[in-house]
Design a protein around this ligand. Structure first.
Ligand code: UTP
Length: 297
């Protein structure tokens, strides 16, 4: 039986160039889907999966993230004195128990693998999750919870995977599939950002991982890989060569790539349409838009 996973790393030190100029001063993870920042979705998913220690790998200009998870006593007092209990309740999810959240710096954006490696001392010799907040997954059972339940049976390493069109493989890490057993696939290799004609499959890895500490040892010796960055994919693939199994988990849910503008807009619409307080207005707007070709006034 695999050890319990209680720690998660959130690598958020990237430059977020696809959202410039906004990300010049606003961290990408603070951008909101309806009224909750991307990072809140990731934290809620982690909590549901039993994570109790949250490690953020940050960089310059990300202080809004630290403030977001801090108590805002003035605001809380103000809401309390006005009897706005529902809003106070909304803030609860943003508060962290003292000591549950840690921030460490990645001084230079050397790649996702390097960002994860920066958290090595806080992980020690335990399995851990890695969550990329710009991948938002709508699911009845949160994706990380699905994965941890599967990981408890398999051990090794587990990465979330989904089929992508073959012309998109160069945006992802891609699995070389060994055994394919229902929702779990055993990988015999992994390649970062292969060209479509070189991709071993169309099963792409997306931003949820449950990894063993051996991946951190591999990162100790990591060399730069695709795009001149230190790749997490390469460190996981090295485990396969060392006899540690790597499984792809075909999660149940819909993933939105909120690191891209189009994915972010799609998620905004999908999450708004899922809300009782917004659905009717937005539906009406969309219907008018399609009917007339122009926005309703
Ligand atoms: P992306 O590839 O989406 O890069 O990183 P990015 O910098 O966030 O965005 P673009 O492509 O410039 O628009 C995937 C995840 O890995 C983190 C990012 O913060 C994001 O969560 N990352 C990437 C780091 O923490 N450090 C790095 O050096 C690179």
């Amino acid at each position: 039986m695999a050890r319990k996973v209680t720690k998660a790393i959130f690598p958020v030190a990237g430059l977020g160039t696809r959202f410039l100029p906004a990300t010049k001063s606003v961290p990408k993870e603070i951008m909101t889907l309806v009224d909750r920042p991307l990072v809140q979705y990731a934290i809620d998913e982690a909590r549901a999966a039993g994570i109790t220690e949250f490690i953020f790998v940050t960089s310059r200009g990300k202080s809004a993230l630290e403030d977001y998870f801090d108590h805002n006593l003035v605001l809380e007092q103000e809401l309390k004195s006005k009897g706005k209990d529902d809003l106070l309740e909304t803030l609860n999810a943003t508060n962290m128990e003292s000591g549950a959240i840690a921030y460490i710096r990645q001084h230079k954006a050397l790649g996702l693998g390097h960002a994860v490696w920066c958290a090595r001392r806080l992980i020690g010799d335990e399995p851990f999750a890695v969550m990329l907040p710009d991948d938002v997954i709508a699911a009845d059972k949160p994706c990380l919870q699905q994965m941890i339940e599967a990981y408890e049976e398999t051990g090794g390493n587990m990465v979330a995977t989904m089929e992508v069109p073959s012309n998109k493989t160069s945006s992802y890490g891609v699995l070389d599939v060994g055994e394919n057993v229902g929702t779990v696939v055993r990988a015999k290799g992994m390649v970062e950002k292969p060209k479509p004609d070189e991709a071993p499959s169309n099963l792409a890895v997306i931003g949820r991982y449950v990894l063993g500490p051996s991946v951190l040892y591999n990162l100790n010796q990591a060399k730069t890989g695709s795009g001149g960055e230190i790749q997490l994919t390469d460190a996981i693939a090295e485990d396969i060569c060392n006899g540690v199994p790597v499984f792809g988990y075909k999660f149940d849910g819909q993933r939105f790539d909120c690191g891209s503008k189009s994915g972010f807009l799609q998620a905004t619409v999908a999450f708004a349409l899922a809300r009782d307080d917004l659905r009717d207005d937005l539906n009406q707007y969309l219907q008018d838009l399609y009917a007339t070709g122009q926005a309703a006034q």
